[in-house]
Ligand binder design. Structure first.
Ligand code: CIR
Length: 253
């Protein structure tokens, strides 16, 4: 069960966030409203939410999930592959250190963005992407092993981050999209296949037996509800325009 979450208010510069999506520029006011609703959803799941201030110098800084990995006992500050995002790490550090005594770091030439990391019980799957390299993954696995966890790398070629295409919903259930559906690493899980037209919903988040699902993907929402979970939809259109998924907007621990 999770008790806490950390989020960061989107800055006005978020309209210029990194993106490969061809969906136009975000509407900043609508993004703020969607972010507020996201915070409400976290609170409805029973989490105490720390809201950090906007960082105007870092357009993508609302995607806090990428700059730290939080486990039950240790936090690891990452070293993002995206150069424009590296400075975000210093700003998340203080908030993380308030909650964790044990804090490790990833250093160059290692790159890690924690959107590439999926926790399944005490094991962490680490996607090798344009943002997370082998050196970074190796450092991460070493830190995890020091603290009693295990880690392994996952090859991938089509997705921005590992969790863009896969989400663990606990109880052996896993949402999978595209290349993740035929990946041997995940064959043993009960896979809920996300159809191509709902690809964005492959990034959904289990929080204390509620699953947050982006709004507008009814097939996936229904499939998750059928597993017995409470489903809460959250409008994410403005974050989707800059390639941000539901999980990226918070650190949960
Ligand atoms: C980026 O490209 O870094 C941001 N525009 C989106 C980051 C989304 N984070 C994630 O999927 N974990």
């Amino acid at each position: 069960m999770f008790q806490n979450a950390i989020v960061r208010t989107p800055c006005q510069a978020m309209v210029n966030g990194l993106t490969e999506a061809d969906l136009g520029k975000p509407d900043f006011e609508l993004a703020l409203a969607q972010h507020a609703d996201y915070i409400d959803a976290l609170k409805a799941c029973g989490l105490k939410v720390t809201v950090l201030e906007a960082l105007e110098d870092y357009p993508d800084s609302c995607f806090v999930e990428d700059v730290a990995l939080l486990t039950p006992t240790v936090a690891v500050l990452t070293h993002p592959g995206a150069i424009s995002r590296r400075g975000e790490v210093d700003y998340i550090s203080a908030a993380v250190r308030k909650h964790y005594k044990q804090v490790e770091t990833i250093t160059a030439p290692g790159h890690v963005e924690a959107g590439d990391i999926m926790m399944v019980n005490k094991h962490f799957y680490i996607g090798l992407s344009a943002r997370t390299n082998q050196a970074g993954a190796a450092q991460m696995i070493e830190h995890l092993q020091t603290h009693g966890y295990t880690g392994s790398t996952v090859t991938m070629s089509e997705l921005l981050h590992l969790k863009t295409g896969i989400s663990y919903l606990e109880n052996n259930h896993m949402l999978t999209f595209g290349e993740m559906q035929s990946h041997s690493d995940f064959a043993r899980f009960n896979q809920i296949a996300v159809p191509a037209e709902e690809a964005y919903a492959a990034n959904s988040v289990w929080i204390n037996d509620t699953v947050l699902v982006p709004k507008g993907f009814p097939v996936t929402a229904d499939n998750i509800a059928r597993l017995g979970y409470e489903v809460r939809e959250v409008a994410m259109s403005e974050f989707q325009k800059i390639d941000g998924g539901l999980s990226c907007l918070s650190l949960r621990f």
